[in-house]
Design a protein around this ligand. Structure first.
Ligand code: HAM
Length: 436
């Protein structure tokens, strides 16, 4: 027997029955992003490895453990695997931000506009241990506002409001927004020093990972999920004195702007995010109904990333939402009710299949979606098929209809039937289109 193949672990097929939910989410995202003045951008699915290593941080979990390599080269595949050094083409993108920044720099966006507002949707890849809500191939909706005139607390608030309103437009209400500030790069350095001083006495009580984090990137200890580490962190108060006055003022202005928009948030001084590029505002949106992987999305400001990746010194802010997690949180609440098809055509006998086939083309020429059973079965089985496709109308062609040059049109919502002369069918179809 031939070998059967299975889907790679941590990925999923999005089956036709799920597509309406994805499309509804994509449509909502496009509408809301445009409402806020963002334009769509699409970048490749793989990029140079270093792009992510330098932006997300060498010590981040994603870069250390989760990058999925793309191998390519002139050698044959076995050799390529053994000689990965010179044949490494890059990695599958684990996130969108660094790729958008790479494109922003490469395409000289800063020379054309003082603020580039870009949004994206697509597959991201992280070699994580799969579980509910945590995949190796997942999808994000993200926005990035980049440019010389992006430095305003109103923009931070607007970006946060966009993420919140997008989730509300998806029918979600039970999520929580947490925000914090990390200040400038210099403030962050002062914060590292303070954390080290405060955590040093309990160093040996921290988990093994955190003991390493203490040396390599102490900020990550605040993100550790280990209960003991969490308790130690929560019992330690860091205050916000390590922030300069300007940074404190900036954060206060962001919070005031959120208040003005009636966006409810929690100011959480322990929120740091797992990626290195953030400065000033960081935020996270979670939904407890999701279980352990409860982050619906996250984002923040990254004022140094563009210059660190070789571009001009311009500020930026953005976020990304996990699409699978939004759909999980919706749990079918937002069932899209659009009919899948406008007209289903039924031939009552195999000899009328040809007439039905021609009528099918005529309906489609009128810009109405149409389908038929290509092998005429019983009326009952064809009606079942029409129902399965959620057809709005059924057109029936039987002996009488063919003789009288007409079709029977059945409205599947109210059950009403009428006969339509074939020579007035176009007129009728145009009317159906208007009523759609
Ligand atoms: P992130 O927190 O790594 O941020 O990911 C954002 C969201 O993507 C998460 O909150 C989650 O909903 C979803 N996500 C992440 N990993 C997985 C996974 N393995 N399976 C399913 N969903 C996942 C970023 O990616 C930043 N680029 C956000 C950003 C944009 N910051 C500024 N601009």
């Amino acid at each position: 027997m031939a070998k059967q193949f299975f889907i790679p672990r941590g990925t999923s097929d999005i089956l036709p029955s799920e597509i309406p939910f994805w499309q509804a989410l994509e449509n909502t995202a496009r509408t809301i992003c445009r409402l806020y003045g963002y334009q769509e951008i699409r970048t490749p699915i793989f990029e140079e490895t270093e792009l992510f290593a330098r932006s997300m941080g060498q010590t981040s979990d994603v870069v250390q453990k989760q990058m999925l390599r793309v191998l390519a080269g002139p050698r044959d595949f076995q050799e390529t695997l053994q000689n990965s050094e010179d044949s490494l083409a890059g990695v599958l993108r684990p996130e969108g931000t660094a790729a958008i920044v790479r494109s922003y720099i490469e395409n000289d966006f800063d020379k054309r506009e003082s603020l580039s507002k870009l949004f994206y949707m697509g597959a991201m890849f992280r070699g994580e241990r799969p579980q509910k809500g945590r995949l190796r191939q997942f999808h994000q909706i993200g926005v990035e506002a980049i440019g010389p005139s992006s430095s305003s607390p109103y923009l931070d608030a607007d970006v946060i409001a966009l993420s919140v309103n997008l989730l509300k437009a998806c029918g979600l209400t039970n999520f929580k927004l947490k925000i914090n500030t990390l200040g400038t790069l210099e403030n962050k350095k002062a914060f590292y020093e303070l954390l080290k001083r405060k955590l040093q006495p309990q160093l040996t009580e921290l988990c093994e990972d955190c003991q390493q984090r203490f040396e390599r990137n102490v900020l990550r200890i605040l993100d550790c999920k280990n209960e003991k580490c969490r308790t130690i962190v929560r019992q330690t108060s860091f205050g916000r004195d390590w922030l300069t006055q300007d940074s404190q003022n900036y954060f206060n202005a962001v919070k005031q702007a959120l208040d003005m928009l009636n966006i409810v948030f929690e100011d959480d001084p322990y929120l740091v995010r797992g990626l290195d590029y953030y400065t000033h505002t960081v935020f996270e949106i979670s939904d407890s109904s999701l279980g352990s992987q409860d982050a619906l999305g996250a984002g923040g400001r990254y004022n140094n990333l563009v210059s660190e990746l070789g571009g001009p010194q311009v500020d930026a802010v953005g976020f990304a939402l996990g699409m699978e997690r939004i759909l999980l949180a919706q749990q079918g609440k937002n069932k899209p009710c659009d009919s899948f098809i406008d007209v289903f055509i039924i031939a009552m006998d195999a000899q009328y299949t040809k007439n039905a086939f021609l009528l099918l083309q005529e309906v489609r020429r009128c810009n109405l979606s149409a389908d038929m059973s290509y092998q005429a079965g019983s009326l009952k089985s064809q009606m079942r098929l029409a129902n399965k496709l959620s057809a709005r109308f059924v057109m029936i062609l039987g002996e009488d209809e063919i003789k009288n040059q007409e079709v029977t049109l059945k409205n599947m919502q109210n059950g009403m039937q009428e006969k339509i002369a074939l020579n007035s069918i176009r007129e009728k179809l145009d009317k159906l289109k208007i009523e759609r």
